[in-house]
Design a protein around this ligand. Structure first.
Ligand code: CU
Length: 135
């Protein structure tokens, strides 16, 4: 049975959250420094490497992880499906196990919500090169 009251309450909360986000994004206060800024990644931005096993993005702020997403685009604009975030990552870090990646250029397009509700996005690019053993 659906509880009408709790459903309305959830809806109201969702609306308030969305309005809060809009407000936060349009009114940029000079003191609002908690937007998530990427501090480091693995693979590193513009790195060339053979076989990355994991994609790790570390930010300056705690993240609302259920509202964060990373899209990985590979050679020929192919989207690589990233499975669930690794559960062992700290609150300021997103980590995804990577499938075997073919050589080529990759873009990890991230979009995250910081603990303060502000959304930021960016892209980490890296290149997978053939491993010497595969030659
Ligand atoms: Cu912020």
């Amino acid at each position: 049975m659906v509880d009408e009251w709790s459903r309305r309450r959830a809806m109201k909360r969702a609306i308030v959250a969305v309005l809060g986000m809009i407000w936060a994004c349009t009114v940029s206060l000079p003191g609002a420094q908690a937007h998530a800024i990427i501090l480091e990644s693995s693979p590193q931005h513009e790195a060339s490497l053979t076989t990355p096993k994991r994609l790790v993005l570390r930010f300056n702020s705690r993240l609302e992880k259920p509202l964060c997403s990373v899209q990985l685009i590979g050679p020929h604009q192919k989207t690589i499906v990233l499975f669930r975030q690794a559960a062992d990552a700290p609150p300021d870090t997103l980590a995804y196990p990577l499938p075997a990646l073919e050589p080529g250029d990759y873009q990890a397009r991230w979009k995250v919500m910081a603990a303060d509700g502000h959304v930021t996005e960016g892209t980490v690019v890296f290149t997978v090169v053939p491993s010497p053993a595969a030659k």
